[in-house]
Design a protein around this ligand. Structure first.
Ligand SMILES: Cc1cc2nc3c(=O)[nH]c(=O)nc-3n(C[C@H](O)[C@H](O)[C@H](O)COP(=O)(O)OP(=O)(O)OC[C@H]3O[C@@H](n4cnc5c(N)ncnc54)[C@H](O)[C@@H]3O)c2cc1C
Length: 320
């Protein structure tokens, strides 16, 4: 493990200035601890964000809901307002790992966590670490990407990011230049754009809030996830759905997938096909054949195509 200095700022401005110099922000630390043990933490300073006031609240606003990035996953999973009005997010948060991790891990850290690829976490000089080879492409790739992978076949590990994408959330990011809001749909970075990072956060930037627009009561949402080992496990595939109903049909809908691509995955063409879909078994089964149409599975992960299709059937059937 590399040496680092531990800094505990008391407010956002001090945290931002501490982060301007070769530093990494620390929230719950559940991922950072693993990164440190795996020699992947090479920053000189670790800046604890937990003493900053006001970043751990769930606030109902006129526009929807504003969630502080330091809000723990357990608080999101059990918040009565979120359970009722943003079901998909509380369902996704309640699927993350174990109670112990949800009690410590935060939603900001969940979105910004690093990938779990065993070549990245292991002693391999892979593309993501500046090497010139993705070992997963020809190696043990059962858990890797089936779509959008090239040149690096990690899958994005966050369950809550899948839910936030379907909810069209935006993220507030603070830096020494002030605050900016960006849509979560532009936050994640594909490996063909920059293989060394997974999102747009730059050194010196802190994710402060997640903003989710209000949904009228015509909307319904749900999340599902398939794992090999129950709790403690990341998704082999996860799917989130938000739909607006018009009697027995979907008027408008949005699906997002986890565990299939280096970023939480949205297929805009697939989502267009949700419009007008009759909520009955036959139509849903037919629609599911369109899921992962552009997939290019690796040697050991073709099962994720059928799994994604099956989970879409399971999820949309909840709305019948
Ligand atoms: C055994 C195990 C099983 C797990 N299973 C799942 C699972 O099923 N589903 C799932 O989604 N996740 C899973 N996880 C991951 C876990 O949910 C994350 O480790 C956790 O959510 C990270 O939150 P944290 O607050 O501890 O982040 P930290 O470890 O503190 O930080 C994680 C990363 O985010 C950055 N960061 C954190 N907060 C901010 C911020 N506000 N602004 C900018 N950058 C920030 C940090 O610099 C770091 O790079 C699992 C983890 C473990 C150890």
């Amino acid at each position: 493990m590399n040496d680092f200095k531990y800094i505990q700022p008391e407010n956002l401005n001090d945290a931002i200035s501490a982060l301007s110099k070769d530093s990494i922000p620390l929230a719950g630390g559940t991922d950072i601890l693993s990164l440190a043990k795996e020699n992947l933490l090479d920053s000189a300073n670790v800046v604890n964000l937990k003493n900053i006031d006001g970043l751990d609240k769930i606030e109902k606003t006129n526009a929807g809901v504003r969630i502080g990035a330091l809000t723990r996953l357990a608080a999101i999973a059990s918040d009565v307002f979120l359970i009722k009005d943003f079901t998909i997010l509380s369902e996704a948060a309640s699927c993350v790992a174990s109670t112990q991790i949800r009690n410590v891990g935060t939603i900001g850290g969940n979105i910004a966590q690093r990938p779990r690829c065993w070549y990245f976490r292991g002693d391999f000089d892979c593309l993501k670490k500046g090497g010139d080879f993705c070992y997963a492409e020809v190696g043990k790739n059962k858990y890797h990407a089936i779509i959008g992978g090239s040149p690096c076949y990690i899958v994005h590990p966050s369950d809550t990011a899948v839910a936030l994408l379907t909810l069209d959330a935006s993220l507030t990011i603070a830096s020494k230049d002030g605050s900016r809001d960006i849509k979560i749909s532009s936050f994640f970075v594909r490996p063909d754009v920059d293989v060394t990072v997974e999102n747009l956060l730059k050194p010196g930037e802190i994710l402060t809030h997640i903003n989710i627009p209000k949904l009228s009561n015509k909307f319904q949402s749900a999340f599902t996830k398939f794992t090999e080992r129950g709790v403690w496990d990341f998704a082999l595939v996860s799917v989130g759905a938000v739909i607006e109903r018009d009697a027995g049909n979907i008027k408008k809908g949005s699906l997002a997938f986890g565990g299939v691509a280096p970023i939480p995955w949205v297929d805009k063409e697939l989502n267009k096909k949700l419009t007008g879909l009759s909520l009955n078994e036959d139509s849903i089964l037919k629609f599911s054949n369109e899921v992962m149409k552009g997939a290019e599975p690796l040697e050991h992960n073709e099962y994720k195509v059928k799994l994604s299709q099956g989970l879409v059937v399971e999820l949309l059937s909840k709305f019948i």
